[in-house]
Design a binder for this molecule. Structure first.
Ligand code: IPE
Ligand code: IPE
Ligand code: MG
Length: 254
């Protein structure tokens, strides 16, 4: 394992992503490998949320968005869903001080109406209590699906046109972005997925249009600071071209 003390200052010297999205995957497999119920993997995974958030905050990142529960995850066995919801409310209780003391603003994206009251209420309460914090925005994606979010945004724009508030020609990228749950956050610079799966699974599709994709084979419950720093180092090795050529990036006048 790399020494944190020698590695971290090196990462800090180079451009960091403003916004990181993380698909925290592999909890179930982590537990199954140990002959444990899947929920134990989710429980251990919750500890990594704390660790990675702390590291992100220490590095001075602006925004981190964590995929905690997808729209499609509602199709899982009911006892797993119940267990995940219980862990979520436990997390909110346990992390309250950490979030408030560290000037973190908690934010949530997703279809919250589907959440049980025991999750939705403390979630919205902590979002409100931390709303004026300025150091980092921590967004939890719960009951979230990117396609659903885009459909919702399209519907809102259509309603505005139907009410005569805007003309169809006025619908542009900015207008659409204004209707997304992530409005106000910088676009995603780095998208991490753990557990070796190479897919996006309906997470921040629009917002990650130009994100650097970083896939880690580590299962989420084993994803600790060194693995997170490795992902950042990988990001820093990439050249983000945004359509330009390498030569153009080196000397902008070409
Ligand atoms: C990610 O771990 C957590 C959630 C989707 C809620 P999984 O539960 O998907 O773990 P695997 O992919 O089955 O190992
Ligand atoms: C994506 O993981 C959702 C979260 C991490 C919350 P899944 O494990 O649900 O994704 P698929 O179904 O394998 O693509
Ligand atoms: Mg999975």
């Amino acid at each position: 394992m790399k020494s944190l003390n020698s590695f971290e200052p090196f990462i800090k010297q180079r451009p960091l992503p403003r916004h990181i999205g993380i698909i925290m995957d592999g909890n179930g497999r982590w537990a199954e490998l140990r002959g444990l119920p899947r929920l134990e993997g989710h429980r251990e995974g919750a500890n990594r949320v704390r660790e990675v958030t702390r590291c992100a905050r220490r590095l001075g990142l602006e925004a981190v968005t964590l995929y905690a529960f997808s729209m499609q995850n509602w199709m899982r066995p009911w006892d797993e869903i119940e267990g995940l919801m219980a862990l979520l409310s436990e997390y909110l209780l346990k992390e309250r001080h950490e979030i408030l003391d560290n000037q973190i603003k908690l934010n949530v994206i997703g279809e919250l109406d589907r959440l049980p009251d025991e999750v939705r209420e403390p979630l919205l309460e902590l979002c409100e209590a931390s709303a004026s914090n300025k150091e980092m925005v921590l967004t939890l994606a719960v009951s979230y699906g990117s396609r659903e979010e885009l459909v919702f945004a399209a519907r809102r724009l259509a309603q505005r046109v139907a009410r005569g508030e805007m003309r169809p020609e006025e619908i542009d990228a900015k207008a659409l972005e204004g209707e997304l749950f992530t409005f106000g956050l910088p676009e995603v610079d780095m998208l991490v997925r753990t557990s070796g799966e190479l897919r996006i699974s309906n997470f921040l599709l629009w917002q990650s249009a130009y994100a650097e994709l970083v896939f880690s084979s580590t299962l989420w419950p084993d994803f600790r600071e060194p693995q997170f720093l490795d992902c950042l180092a990988e990001y820093q090795r990439r050249e983000r071209r945004f359509g330009y050529t390498s030569a153009q990036l080196r000397s902008p006048s070409t």
